[in-house]
Design a protein around this ligand. Sequence first.
Ligand SMILES: *[C@@H]1O[C@H](CO)[C@@H](O)[C@H](O)[C@H]1NC(C)=O
Ligand SMILES: *[C@@H]1O[C@H](CO)[C@@H](O)[C@H](O)[C@H]1NC(C)=O
Length: 987
Amino acid sequence: MDSLKYEPVIGNSPPPYEVEAYGHNARPWANRRLKRACSLSRFIALILISTILYLCLVLERQVSLQYSAEDASAALLLQRFDDSLRLCAARNHLPPQVSPETREGNPRWNSVRGQNETIALRNATLFDGESFLSTPVDIVFSKGQVQSVSPSSAAESILDSGIEYDLKGRFVTPGVVDMHSHHLVESWPALLATGTDGNEMDPVFGPLTPFLRITESLKAYDQAARIIASGGVTSSLIIPGSANTMGGEGTVVKNLMKPGELGEYVVEEMLLEHGIARSDRHRYMKFACGENPKRVYSHTRMALAYILRRHLTRARELMDKQEAWCYTASGLHNTAERARFVDDKGGYPEQLELESTIALIRGQVLMHNHCYEPQDFETMLGVMHEFGVRVRAFHHAIEAWQVPEMLKAYGDNVTIATFAEDALYKHEAYNPSLYAGAILDAHGLPVAYKSDHAGESTDAKYVMSQAATGHAFHLPADKALQSVTSIPAKALDLDFRIGYVRKGYDADIVVWDSHPLSVGATPQQVFIDGVPTLDSKIVYESTGYSMETSSERPDSPEPIMRLRKSQKESGEFCALAKRKSQSFVISGIRKSFLDHYSDVAASVSVSGNDNLTLVVERGEISCLGMAEACHREVTAVGNNAINIALQNGHVLPGLTAVTDTLGIKEIYMEPATGNGAADVKDVKNPSYVDYAKYGVFLDGKAFSRARLGGVTRAVTAPDLSTVDDEPAGFLRGVSVGIKTSGTKTILDGGIFQGDVGLHVSIGEANKGTGSVSMAVKTLREILAENTGKGNESAYGLVADGKLPLIIQVERAAYTQQVVSIKRDFPGVNIVIYGGHGVPSVAKELAAANISVILSATRPGPGAWETKDSLIGPPLTRSPASILSEAGVRYAISVAADVPVSDSRIHALAIEAAWTAKYAGLSEHDAVRLVSKNVEDILGLKPNKDMVLWENNPLQLGASVVLSFEETADGKLEVGTCWPDDVGLTSD
Ligand SMILES: *[C@@H]1O[C@H](CO)[C@@H](O)[C@H](O)[C@H]1NC(C)=O
Ligand SMILES: *[C@@H]1O[C@H](CO)[C@@H](O)[C@H](O)[C@H]1NC(C)=O
């Protein structure tokens, strides 16, 4: 073990960081042995070498050199021969295979800041990396390594010394392994100085930069690591960005900050393989194909493949030379021959530029490939196989679900590291399936969920929630948990250390507050190398529980999967259901969360476990109540009604989403799919105000996801204007209210409200067209100039309080500007959208009667203006809990930051449940966060749509059976019927 020594550099001793790099010294002439052999200082050695080289040049072949042991030049040549021979011996060296059972300790452990007391987690419900163990267990770990996992003992104590925690059956998993992250590279908050270290885009290098090492871009001070760890993510593969076909080497880190003996921000100490000789460490190469390298280098796909093939050919040529050199050298036994050989041919043939690529061909570097589309998988597999390289993983791989058998046919057992739901933001992400994980798994491919952490919408803290979503969409529970633990660990060849809680593994262990596949599962403690990383006081304060308090494990329902109907079954049923004037008798409803049918639903409780019946008679609700109470109405509809017997029915209002792109831009990265951005020449002239209602469309894949989530209406503003592809601009325009059923057009009721509110941005989003101060000033002037004039322009209506003014604002200081505007213009109905900064201004917002549509429900400090965000449990209280406490009226949305997409719109109720969990809201209030509150805040026409669910939509795995949607004449008709994911039904 050559763990780093921190001795000061004294005299001529080598600098401590110049330990052998990646298995051999890249500069043999400067190596330590040489210096020792010559007993000369480096300086003298250099002079000698130069002299020899000079002599060699001058005397080349003219002087018959006498190679003798006394001759310094001969000694050097022989030294070089020996060094080269060692390189030959090491050239196919692989990291040693160690079995967990026989590992001698965790190499990262140190006595200063390492785990210093043995810990026993008693009575744990353990998912051990493969499956849930059938009985509760006691887990004992010390010095960062698991000592034992055994059936839970009844004994008072099981340790001679150390700390024991009674988990009372709480759920425990291995630390989550995220096999695709960019934190520590693009540190939070991202700025020009730090956000640009992940993609080398120098045109001189071009799309091939395999010689880069991500470790040299890492910043050990990135607080994202602490945030990520608080979500249970203990190890992450950090890789370069995807601009280049070969982007450089990645590395695996533990998300433990300052873990080393010095307690300082040292990159080396964060590496998972810290404490292991560099020659024995694992190596990973980041590849990318498809749109990114195409865009950056203006190449075609075929050109990128050629450039890669040409590079691999060069690497193989050099590799052949290495083989030839080693072959000849191994046959040379006398010193004269050896010296002559080196003098003639030089040493072991090497090129820095090709070293990592040769190592890839030799199988020492594992290939991890950002790649989305089927033809790109084919190309990469094909090219790599020409050079005998196995593809270990395709990352993102949104379309892999379409070609599982092709992927299998190549025989690489390639891991698909993908997103559970993030999609639609670019063309190669436009054929997703929410069932992708399940489909790939059913075909026998390993599936991993990963973050792509860089921005807030890919916050690695929440990787576990992707496994939960994957499970709801039919990935079996054990596989879903494997997808974020042992499967990524295997794809990294590190499954002897991480990904499991078993004897001999690193003590990376997460104690959860609820079933890890349930909505909003949050760690109560995260051990990394056995070190607890969460402060139990803060955990208690932010979640209401902590591992250390004696409270029982909170109740947590067993996660379920969505119900699915065959296309035939749902087709027949839905054809009937959609008949005009069809009547329905629906029984088995356990809960109703309707707000708008108080007349018919007077007797309905929402306590659960009711058995309600809903009668819809020719487009009107005639009864909602206990079966006996609806007897008359059931009889009235007679035999013509469709009877639907639900098991665990739930009735909700149609939900209303506030979105960024729905119906205005289908694919964020493809301008042709959108309405375009307004060309605003004079922002104060109301003629330049854009109206979404004139450019909106009512179809697309995000609409189908909306239907899946019981979202029947959406509010959409005109597209963000753009500057350099970034959203920009103060004035966005007037939003429109649209229906998502897909059965309406803009001519027959698809628009339920033409003008919803005027949207403007204050902060980063407005800077593309000026300063923040100018935006505030302009807004004030617009209000002042239009107040009380009774004019009917958007500005006049806003100034007179007849149209909401929806201000996207994130930073607390700018949020205070909004409060100040409201104080000066009290008649204006101001709504804040976004809201990273609202918690610290909550009291003022409540006092000023400013409502909030919070999209920052689980914020990350990804940008400067959001750097003070409340991260949420288990590190802080949640933003919503602060708003609730202060009495701010708020609703939520699931808008994502750049690249914007509405691919999570189906999870609106889930996000509401998550928000409610830590804001102490009832289930009904959770539903209101995405229904009635939105209507009240934006002054929308009440949503009388009604959605029937099987199972509770506030938990994962519920499915929409039917939506009844309000028609122009106030009746109800079936809008959506057994919606399922578009990915599977499109062909
Ligand atoms: C272990 O380390 C923690 C944190 O540095 C310290 O508070 C504790 O006292 C140490 N325990 C022992 C037994 O040294
Ligand atoms: C483990 O915890 C559960 C839940 O609190 C309890 O019912 C059970 O008796 C405990 N088992 C042991 C061995 O302590």
